[in-house]
Design a binder for this molecule. Structure first.
Ligand code: HEC
Ligand code: HEC
Length: 324
């Protein structure tokens, strides 16, 4: 098993969507630009590290008419970077609160809703409280809103933390990190419970910027020898939908029904020849909801105990986690 535990990023990895998309090309370009950064790197987006204080202040001006007491305005207490709220959160930083209206008054609320990015789903309209059990609804939110509420979300991190001159390398690597895809956890659960026959991890969690599950691939593909000796995996796929998973593993012993458990070499005399009492049932893929409990369990754990792509369930005090 050890050989399978090495994270994918031990090798150059390119992220590509299941449906071949432009995104894959963008990531590939991003990955190569990362190493070609500097004078040879060609045109860059504005370099936030070189931004003037005046420019940074411009991107906070409207926000701080309401957000007056911020403990760390740039989130970099060392004071080494000059950033405005808008550099990370986006939003309309030129919308100012005119002096006067108190929080809660109609003009205050109106100004706020103009300055803030808006969610596409009504479920998120309640602000922070709506982050209770967001599950995969979070993946369907528009990127402006995701960025506004959490600039550290992995789908927007390339535009925020990974912006030119900042943490591009880390943002790139976290996408294929084991902390993000969790391939080892899924691999162990599926193989050890007999739900998937191969020992090397084949499944991992990853989403495109549009929030769709995507495959992770090592480019160029490793040789079987690389996989065997160094644990470099060729790819990780999204979990299949639990409805199409097929039972056929040890956990089936917990199923209801069947008065006696069958034993090898100890036939039940009353059974009709060729028609065992303990049969595998008329079960095809997903019929009668007879599906594989491990695939279902992993899909649920993905929601309840997420890795880095989804927010936590945030439904009990002291355990608050956002995505990213
Ligand atoms: C008119 C006042 C006002 C303006 C202008 C304003 N905010 Fe807010 N903001 C608030 C209040 C009040 C909250 C507390 C939650 C709520 O009431 O929605 C808040 C909450 C937030 C949150 C938490 C997320 C959420 O939805 O609860 C973020 C992030 C945020 N503001 C960032 C910004 C940024 C960045 C700007 C500038 C682009 C900005 N705000 C401009 C008043 C304002
Ligand atoms: C370096 C990027 C960066 C800058 C600059 C920045 N923020 Fe943030 N801000 C974040 C991140 C990341 C979070 C954490 C979001 C989370 O995990 O929920 C956050 C959290 C917040 C929250 C709490 C959100 C919530 O859901 O409770 C508010 C409010 C906020 N920022 C307002 C501001 C304001 C106002 C400014 C400008 C004075 C600002 N931020 C500047 C990155 C930044």
């Amino acid at each position: 098993m050890n050989s399978a535990l090495r994270p994918l990023h031990s090798r150059p990895v390119q992220v590509s969507a299941v449906v071949v998309s432009l995104l894959a090309v963008c990531f590939a370009l991003l990955a190569s630009a990362e190493f070609a950064a500097g004078p040879r790197g060609g045109p860059h987006p504005p370099n936030l590290l070189a931004q003037s204080q005046a420019e940074a202040d411009r991107k906070s001006a409207g926000c701080i008419t309401c957000h007056v007491a911020t403990d760390s305005a740039t989130m970099h207490p060392t004071g080494t970077v000059r950033l405005g709220c808008g550099d990370c959160h986006g939003g309309k930083f030129d919308v100012h609160l005119p002096a006067g209206p108190a929080p809660g008054s109609p003009l205050y609320e109106e100004t706020k809703s103009q300055a803030h990015a808006r969610p596409s789903q009504v479920e998120f309209a309640g602000g922070e409280e709506s982050m209770v059990r967001p599950y995969t609804r979070w993946l369907r939110e528009n990127l402006d809103y995701v960025r506004f509420v959490n600039p550290g979300d992995l789908r927007v991190a390339p535009q925020t933390c990974g912006a030119s001159g900042c943490h591009a390398g880390i943002v790139r690597r976290v996408q294929t990190s084991m902390m993000t895809h969790g391939g080892m956890l899924w691999g162990a659960a599926l193989y050890n419970n007999g739900a998937f026959p191969l020992k090397d991890p084949h499944f991992g969690e990853s989403y495109s910027a549009e929030g769709r599950p995507q495959e992770l691939r090592t480019v160029p593909p490793p040789s079987p020898e690389d996989t065997r000796r160094k644990g470099v995996l060729p790819q990780l796929s999204p979990l299949p939908r639990w409805e199409v998973s097929q039972p056929g593993n040890v956990l089936r012993t917990f199923e209801r029904g069947g008065r006696r458990r069958a034993e090898t070499g100890n036939p039940t005399r009353e059974e009709e020849p060729g028609r065992p009492d303990n049969k595998v049932a008329e079960r095809g893929f997903g019929t009668l909801l007879r599906t594989d409990p491990v695939f279902l369990g992993l899909q649920k754990t993905r929601l309840l105990d997420p890795l880095l792509s989804l927010p936590g369930s945030n439904d009990h005090p002291g355990d608050y986690r956002h995505s990213g």
